[in-house]
Design a protein around this ligand. Sequence first.
Ligand code: AMP
Length: 289
Amino acid sequence: MKVIDEPAALRAVLDEARRLGHDVGFVPTMGALHGGHRSLVRRAVAECDRVVVSLFVNPLQFGPGEDFESYPRDLAADLAQAEEAGADLVFAPSTRTMYPEGPLTTVSVRYLSDALEGRSRPGHFDGVATVVAKLFAIVGPCLAYFGEKDYQQLLIVSRLVHDLSFPVTVVPCPTIREPDGLALSSRNAYLSPDDRKAAPIFYWSLLAGKRAIEENGVTDPAQVSAVMQGAAGREGRARLDYAQVARPHDLCVPQVITSEVRLMIAGHVGRTRLIDNLVASPPDKEGAP
Ligand code: AMP
């Protein structure tokens, strides 16, 4: 596995691979790799000839007072995991390489960036969209693998590719979970032992919302939100930020749940902010074709 820290060097290697007719798979990450990241890399390895993983903690997507400084960084461990998962290349640029002057150009995907995480973390998705656009420009034509764990991010990146005609195919990948349901996340490393025990509460709340829709036939989004809030409220260590029903394509709250929705949840357990989501589909109406 080759480690590269200069954009021009990465582009040269990938251009040569494409010249030979190889498909390029790209897995952008902020490092602190875990089984969720490895699943993306394995999928890319299964579907592409050359796979590059980027490791870059992007300062633009952290707000003031967020965890940019303390975000877990361990290059040696990340390289070992990327290699084990089968990556051919790792792109690990410095902040100065990525933003030598601080960018005057930023990318913003309107509307999709405003709701949910966007409301809780103003500017976050502009930072994400800007770095992803820059990474796509460096990597060039590729299949890019993104986790459904960050569903809003996945939608925003898909829209960015569509609107700006990047030669990129976005491949959504399922959320990988611990046996108790907690979605794998680099931020899980912050959880104290007691917080870790409490942390699956958000997944269980999503399951409660999913049951309300799929088994109890609830079609009122407010009622489903109330079910999720009630479930989350039973864990004293959890502080809910939002528990919302969203249309899968635009994240708006539907008036009535008549087709597939995404249940979106976020909050703190102790001092750690966690997000998760789950798909839910109302039962087929009797007599429907
Ligand atoms: P991050 O390093 O947190 O920015 O995540 C990099 C990529 O890994 C994103 O596409 C995430 O959605 C994806 N990812 C993070 N956690 C998981 C997980 N538990 N399952 C699947 N994909 C994940």
